[in-house]
Design a protein around this ligand. Sequence first.
Ligand SMILES: *[C@@H]1O[C@H](CO)[C@@H](O)[C@H](O)[C@H]1NC(C)=O
Length: 196
Amino acid sequence: MHSSSFVLVLAAAFFTAIPSVHALPSGNLPSPSNFETVTVLPDGAYEGFTYPNGTVVATSVDTIEKRTYVRHATPQIAERSAGPDKRFVSCWNQPFDHSGVDRTANCLRDRAKKAGGIDLRSGAGPYFSSCISEAVQVYYCVNAGNSWGNADLVDINYGLQQMDSRCAAYDASYFQWDGTVGIVGKARADTPICLG
Ligand SMILES: *[C@@H]1O[C@H](CO)[C@@H](O)[C@H](O)[C@H]1NC(C)=O
């Protein structure tokens, strides 16, 4: 009983610590003084969302001062990644640098290991938790608005294993839990993810 209320308190602290960018109505960026526009997101751990046009709003969660970045997709990339199909596991045939995949997967695992796991509540649209390293991102996504998703280490490992068993290892891919809006995926860092 005590441990569960402890988890709730931790979860509350976690939520208040992160600017609620995902509560923005779709269509508006955060006020310009609150973010930095970048062409490449720095390596690190993030939470955020992607507008349907591929523009990403991501807030760092591994730095003392939370920083929010906006990255606009290039038209080619927005087009290439439009409309991911909804198969159980989707392989994109886009092999990656192994160390980037290993580092980002371990970063996401570390976050999933924390009390309460990765706990995401989406706002107007889908919401993600991601890690970026060496031009690769590994992410957990609640792929719908007004939804909740939680992934612990077992879940993240399961999703990563499903991808590895069905796609070439170190290939861009994602796994969606059957009948849920939860996705674990890996993609190039410049690919818009979690598009609903
Ligand atoms: C994408 O949409 C968002 C929200 O409407 C907007 O703020 C942003 O400027 C758009 N990006 C581009 C490249 O037009």
